[in-house]
Design a protein around this ligand. Structure first.
Ligand code: ADP
Ligand code: MG
Length: 230
């Protein structure tokens, strides 16, 4: 599903350059639940943004579902993002003036799906995350955990091949974090490939494999006995 070889990335800051990813190699098969774990500043988000086609590497190769991702213009990149990838962020990134159902339906609008069909599909995903009764509620009327559930439904609604989550429990208390991870495990058990970036060991342990990053290199990459969130 994902093949990454010798990926390098530096940021230019004035005359200086900060080498953030220093030769990253790993593959992810379909159906895996992988944690990318490391302390703050280790390059996790940089790596996830490259995988999410929100940024590009300086060198190395990235292959997504058999397709080499390189030299793509923004229109093309946006098409592939919409087709292959779903994003979940720490800060939910919901649209404040749209209710739960409308937030979930929005990616379908960009796919050119008609309003009736959008509502129907969005409702199905709202139910999947256990929020069927909250369709009319605005993000401001939802708890942190509920907001993240809406964001997960929004990420799933276009049926992407891969879900990418950057510190998805970072704004949640520990009980809510476990509930959200339980949902992630359920979605993965239904076959979805998921990459979870986290700096929290207990969140990483709820995945099936942990890739440990430190200062832009992979320290360790191994399958783990998954802790079941409940
Ligand atoms: P993590 O997600 O593991 O905390 P990041 O990938 O966000 O790490 O950042 C890795 C390093 O790159 C940090 O030192 C950060 O300050 C730096 N960095 C991240 N994004 C940028 C940017 N757009 N410009 C310059 N430096 C950046
Ligand atoms: Mg980060």
């Amino acid at each position: 599903m994902i093949k990454i070889t010798d990926l390098h990335k530096s940021y230019k800051i004035g005359k200086n350059s900060l080498h953030v990813l220093k030769g990253i190699n790993f593959n992810v098969e379909e159906g895996e639940l992988v944690a990318i774990m490391g302390s703050s500043g280790s390059g996790k988000s940089t790596l996830l943004n490259i995988i999410g086609m929100l940024d590009t590497a300086d060198s190395g190769t990235y292959n997504l579902d058999g397709l080499e991702i390189k030299n793509m213009n923004e229109t093309k990149a946006a098409q592939y993002r919409n087709r292959f990838l779903g994003f979940i962020f720490q800060s939910f990134n919901l649209i404040n003036y749209k209710n739960a159902l409308e937030n979930i339906a929005l990616p379908l609008f960009y796919k050119g799906i008609n309003r009736t069909e959008r509502q129907k599909i969005a409702m199905k995903y709202l139910s999947k995350v256990g929020l069927a009764k909250w369709e009319k509620h605005l993000p401001s009327e939802l708890s942190g955990g509920q907001k993240q559930r809406v964001a997960i439904a929004r990420a799933m609604v276009t049926q992407p091949k891969v879900l990418l989550a950057d510190e998805l429990t970072g704004a949640l208390d520990s009980t809510t974090s476990i509930e959200v991870m339980s949902l992630i495990q359920e979605i993965n058990n239904n076959g979805k490939t998921i990459l979870v970036v986290t700096h929290e060991e207990d969140i990483a342990m709820m995945c099936k494999r942990i890739i440990r990053l430190k200062d832009g290199v992979i320290l360790e990459d191994k399958k783990v006995k998954q802790i079941i969130a409940k």
